[in-house]
Design a protein around this ligand. Structure first.
Ligand code: GDP
Length: 305
C-alpha cells in the first residue's frame, strides 16, 4: 500500500499530456511523434534519451506501416522499460541473508549537499533496523556542522549508533572509526555519510579516495557499495551531478530523492539510460517510511498513470 502511495506521488504527467496530444488523431504520424518528443523533454527525460526513445518508436511505426494512437501508450511503456536498468540486487534492507551479503556490509553514500543524503541514510538505517539488522553510521560529512547533527538526530530517532568526531575533523578518520566500531560490535551494516563539495573536484576525488583507503585498513574489501544520492526534483542538474560523481569515484547504485510532488520523475529514465547504474531507491517524502525500493515495472506504470 505504501509503495502505491509513494509511486502515486512520483507522477510525471506524461500520460495526461500524451492523452491531450493525441485527441482527434488516429494514426501515429510525424506530428504525434513531435508532440511526444516535446512531452518527454518537458518531463525531464533528457534530450539524448528522448531522441533515442523517439527513434525507436519511429522505427516501429515505419515497420508496422500503420500504428494507431491508441497503441502509443503501450509502445512508450515498452520502450521506457527497455531503457531502465534492471536492478537485480533487490532491496538489501530486507533480503540480507538471501543475498549472502558480507557482514559487515559497508555502504558509502556520496552526493552534493541538500540532495537528501542524510535523510536517505536515516531511512536506510530505519529499514535495516526494522528488519533486525544492526547498523552503525559514520558521520564523515564533517564540513557542515548541520550534517553531523542531522545524522546524530536520525541515529537517535532510529535507535542506531552514530560515530562522529564533530565538524571540521578528518572524514577518513571518522570512516575508520565507524568501520572499526561496526566490526567490534558485530554490525550487519555500516553506512558512511560523506561530504560532497563538487566545486573542488580534485579535492573531492582525493577525499573520497582517502576515505576508502583508510577504511580498507580495517576491512580490505570495504566499501562494498558506493551509492550516489541525486535530487530528482532538480531535473537536469541531477544528471550533471551524476556525470561529475561518476568521474571522481566508482558508483554502484543510485538513490533518487524528492520524487514526491514533482513532475520531473522522467529524469530517472534519462539517468538510468545514460549511466547504466541501477536505481535502488527512490525518496518520496521526508519521513522515515518515505523510501521506496525502486521497482522498474511499477515505476513505468506510475509514469503513465
Ligand atoms: P543532505 O544535505 O544531502 O544530507 O540533505 P538532507 O538529507 O539534509 O535533505 C535536505 C532536505 O531535503 C531536507 O529538508 C529533507 O527533509 C528533504 N528531503 C530529503 N529527501 C526527501 C524526499 O524524498 N522528499 C522530500 N519531499 N524531501 C526530502
Amino acid at each position: 500500500e505504501s509503495l502505491d502511495k509513494g509511486l502515486e506521488k512520483s507522477k510525471t504527467g506524461i500520460f495526461d499530456k500524451l492523452t491531450k496530444a493525441i485527441v482527434g488523431k488516429s494514426e501515429v504520424d510525424e506530428e504525434v511523434l513531435d508532440e511526444l518528443e516535446e512531452i518527454l523533454i518537458s518531463s525531464d527525460v533528457g534530450v539524448d534519451t528522448t531522441v533515442k526513445i523517439i527513434r525507436r518508436i519511429e522505427a516501429r511505426v515505419a515497420r508496422d506501416k500503420y500504428t494507431s494512437t491508441s497503441e502509443l501508450d503501450r509502445i512508450l511503456r515498452e520502450e521506457v522499460a527497455a531503457l531502465l536498468q534492471e536492478n537485480n540486487s533487490q532491496d538489501v534492507t530486507n533480503s540480507f541473508e538471501t543475498q549472502n551479503l558480507p557482514k559487515p556490509y559497508v555502504l558509502m553514500v556520496v552526493g552534493v549537499n541538500g540532495v537528501g543524503k542524510t535523510t536517505t541514510i536515516g531511512k536506510l538505517a530505519h529499514n535495516f533496523s526494522k528488519n533486525g539488522k544492526k547498523v552503525v553510521l559514520g558521520a564523515a560529512d564533517t564540513f557542515r556542522a548541520a550534517a553531523v547533527d542531522q545524522l546524530k538526530l536520525w541515529g537517535q530517532r532510529v535507535g542506531v549508533e552514530v560515530i562522529d568526531h564533530g565538524m571540521n575533523t578528518d572524514p577518513s578518520s571518522v570512516a575508520y572509526d565507524a568501520v572499526k566500531k561496526g566490526v567490534e560490535v558485530g554490525a550487519d551494516v555500516i553506512i558512511i555519510d560523506t561530504a560532497g563539495r563538487l566545486h573542488t573536484k580534485v579535492n573531492l576525488m582525493n577525499e573520497l579516495g582517502k576515505i576508502k583507503r583508510v577504511m580498507q585498513k580495517v576491512l580490505p574489501e570495504a566499501p562494498h557499495e558506493v551509492m550516489l544520492v541525486l535530487d530528482g526534483s532538480t531535473g537536469q542538474n541531477a544528471v550533471i551531478q551524476a556525470r561529475e560523481f561518476t568521474r571522481v569515484t566508482d558508483v554502484n547504485s543510485l538513490a533518487i530523492t524528492k520524487l514526491d510532488g514533482t513532475a520531473k520523475g522522467g529524469v530517472v529514465i534519462g539517468i538510468s539510460d545514460e549511466f547504466k547504474i541501477p536505481v535502488k531507491y527512490i525518496g518520496v517524502g521526508e519521513k522515515m517510511e518515505d523510501l521506496q525500493v525502486f521497482n522498474k515495472m511499477a515505476f513505468v506504470e506510475s509514469l503513465f498513470q
